[in-house]
Write a protein that binds this ligand. Structure first.
Ligand code: RTP
Ligand code: MG
Length: 153
């Protein structure tokens, strides 16, 4: 195993409200990724600003913060080989009109804002470490063996 890593994923308020938390988890489990951290929380404005800091100057920033703080979210950390790229590929394009059917957004997203799930950007090298540290303390994440490592990461 070469590029085993941990990646940050978060179910957004639209998906929480629609009862899609389990679906998102199932998709990632079915892919063979390993869940090592998860919680339910409502983000405060400060945390939302930190989380989406890269978009501070964008015209959609205020709407994005309003949306992401509008209800419960489910921050999660998943582990696996090339986990960041795997998850980005599985969630699909940002705009559901461009997301392929079979991706999470392609199958469930309503529009550009209500697009079900956030995942760290694999082209941004520090994204996972930064986003995991915003939402989790070190001891919120578990390390464990016991999966059949022949088939799971
Ligand atoms: P995310 O960060 O939530 O995983 O989404 P992403 O990487 O696919 O897209 P990103 O460019 O990081 O944008 C973050 C979120 O902002 C909203 N957005 N609105 N109105 C617009 O032009 C616009 N562009 C982006 C989307 O909800 C996107 O998920
Ligand atoms: Mg992004």
């Amino acid at each position: 195993m070469t590029d085993r890593e941990r990646t940050f994923v978060m179910v957004k308020p639209d998906a929480f409200a629609r009862g899609l938390v389990g679906t998102v988890i199932s998709r990632l489990e079915d892919r063979g990724l390993k869940l090592v951290g998860m919680k339910v929380e409502v983000l405060d404005e400060e945390t939302a600003h930190e989380h989406y800091a890269e978009h501070t100057d964008k015209p959609f920033f205020d709407d994005l913060v309003d949306f992401i703080t509008s209800g419960p979210v489910v921050p999660m950390v998943w582990e696996g080989e090339d986990a960041t790229r795997q998850v980005r590929q599985m969630i699909g394009a940002t705009d559901p009109l461009e997301a392929d059917a079979g991706t999470i957004r392609g199958d469930y997203a309503l529009d550009l804002g209500r697009n079900v799930v956030h995942a760290a950007d694999h082209e941004d090298e520090g994204a996972n470490e930064r986003e995991i540290s915003i939402h989790f303390d070190d001891d919120d994440l578990v390390s464990y063996e016991g999966h059949d490592e022949t088939w799971l990461y």
